[in-house]
Design a protein around this ligand. Structure first.
Ligand code: 5GP
Length: 237
């Protein structure tokens, strides 16, 4: 079994460690919560373990449906072995229903169904506040190649179809979510980062109750319970 060697990085929600295998890292999820580019800080008890387990569960499912991911092995509730990648500096946002920044930007009330799935790209850069970019910016800045971007878009839309259908069975509406992709040392584009209540908007299909990080961002209370509810509906615990 691989073990943690040197800490390579500490982000807002995770730490990343090297291992005995140069092609593998160990990710360790924290309970620290931040929002609005670090302006709002807090702790969500049990969040790290829930996000780790939910994300691993969803990545394993996506793998069975042909989406390559960085997931290798869950070591314990908080820690996972992942493939080493260099992250493509893009946040890929997929939207089915208007909410959050799209509602603000376009004046669409939250909850309005989009006639077509919306794909957005943001440049992953905290100092700049993750500005939205289009395909021209991405290619001009050489964040990735045209072929890689086409594959990222194709994977993102397929992930949306797979997750939306699965979550519906759990009585959860997938409103929108953020994905990140990385490139392996042999040039393969794979899904990286996490898919969890941290990175997705999940609404209860019947009541529209928010079961995700918006409870923390908007001070709605019941944050821990919402994360636990997602774990329960997805993994039956
Ligand atoms: P919005 O642009 O409406 O704020 O976010 C759209 C979706 O992407 C939401 O599901 C949100 O959780 C996710 N998202 C966008 N940017 C980030 C980010 O920097 N961190 C996290 N955790 N999620 C993000």
């Amino acid at each position: 079994m691989l073990t943690k060697k040197e800490q390579l990085y500490e982000g807002k929600a995770k730490k990343v460690f090297s291992t005995e295998d140069p092609e593998k890292y160990i990710v360790s999820y924290k309970d620290d919560a931040t929002a609005f580019n670090g302006l709002k800080k807090g702790t969500i008890l049990g969040k790290g373990a829930i996000n780790n387990r939910v994300s691993n569960f969803l990545m394993r499912m996506l793998e069975t449906k042909g989406i390559p991911t960085h997931y290798v092995e869950e070591l314990n509730p908080r820690e996972t072995v992942v493939r080493k990648v260099s992250i493509v500096p893009l946040e890929v946002i997929v939207r089915n229903i208007a909410a959050g920044s799209l509602s603000k930007r376009l004046g669409l009330p939250e909850g309005v169904k989009m006639k077509k799935t919306v794909l957005e790209y943001c440049y992953k850069n905290d100092e700049l506040g993750d500005p939205m970019v289009n395909e021209y910016h991405i290619l001009a800045m050489e964040f990735c190649t045209k072929e890689e971007l086409d594959l990222i878009a194709e994977y993102s839309l397929k992930i949306n179809e797979i997750l939306s259908a699965y979550l519906k069975q759990c009585n959860i509406e997938l409103i929108d979510f953020k994905l990140e992709f990385g490139k392996t040392s042999d040039g393969q584009i794979i899904l990286a980062d996490e898919i969890s209540p941290e990175t997705c908007r999940f609404w209860d299909s019947n009541t529209n109750e928010k079961l995700d990080k918006d409870r923390f961002r908007r001070d709605l209370g019941g944050v821990e319970d919402a994360y636990k509810e997602i774990l329960r509906r997805l993994l039956g615990e």
